[in-house]
Write a new protein. Sequence first.
Length: 318
Amino acid sequence: MFWRNMKIHFYLINNNKKDEKPIYIYLRRNGKTSVVPTQLYLKPIYWDVKKQRAKAQYPLSLNFNRALDTINTTLTDTYLKLIANNPLVSDEVLFEKLKTSLKPKNENFWLAYDEFIKVKQNTSSRKYLEKFTTLKSKLKIFEDDNHYILSFDSINPLFLDKFLGYLIKRKNTNNTIATEMKNLKTFLKWAIKREYCEPKDYSFLRHRKEEADTFALTKDELRKIYNLNLSDRVEMAKSRDAFLVACLTALRFEDVRILDISKILGREEMSEKETKRQSQLRVRQHKTKNFAEIVQYPELIVILSKYSEQQPFKDLRN
């Protein structure tokens, strides 16, 4: 591509046809050349040397070539602005400015991500924060494995193609992938509101979600679990009891884990008048902050009476 007296070419270094190779930009002006990495990688069999673009056979060719077009447009716009402001700008300064225009600002991305987690620590649950620390770990590994530097600008359709492939290759389910996309958009919207980046439409970050298979245990099946002798397997017995408490109270696992059983067992010592006044025990749910009412089934009292701790299930993990 020619812009006045500057040429822009894309080249793929072909040393091994099996492995992905980096694509470089060669900027040429007044007999001088500057080589700039694109941060994009491609297998040589998919590279069209004449067109300097990915071949149509490459599954991600559409978004890959769009990324190259964006790079070309950025370089062209920067070059024309520099020449307009200073027609006598030296080749050295020009090449340096062009390189800077393509430099990914991933420092801002990860600084913002860490700030997001730090801020949420004051207002969010451990479970909520775990989702974003897990996502960060996946993004970091993806970044290294795919030679794809993450920044607010590089979160684009090509990123989506590559990140989906990475998640699918590592056996993530469709529902897990959909959740990761939702969590990433949550962070990006937060970053936009706090002016870490320019407003941008990230609605393309989505994935189909499948309806989960659900089934209900019968009373007989619950009874078998309740009567199962696990006296020689203490930790499994505690997990079984936590599961049964969840079934008998309809509480989420996190609510069972932090449940103060003294609020339930203490009611056994109430007078009849007090019991009528507090006919239902109300527990605030961790996720929704709404109250749930717990009925004192006899089996529930028997299970909880085994434990002397106030929160016997707090060390369990889902």
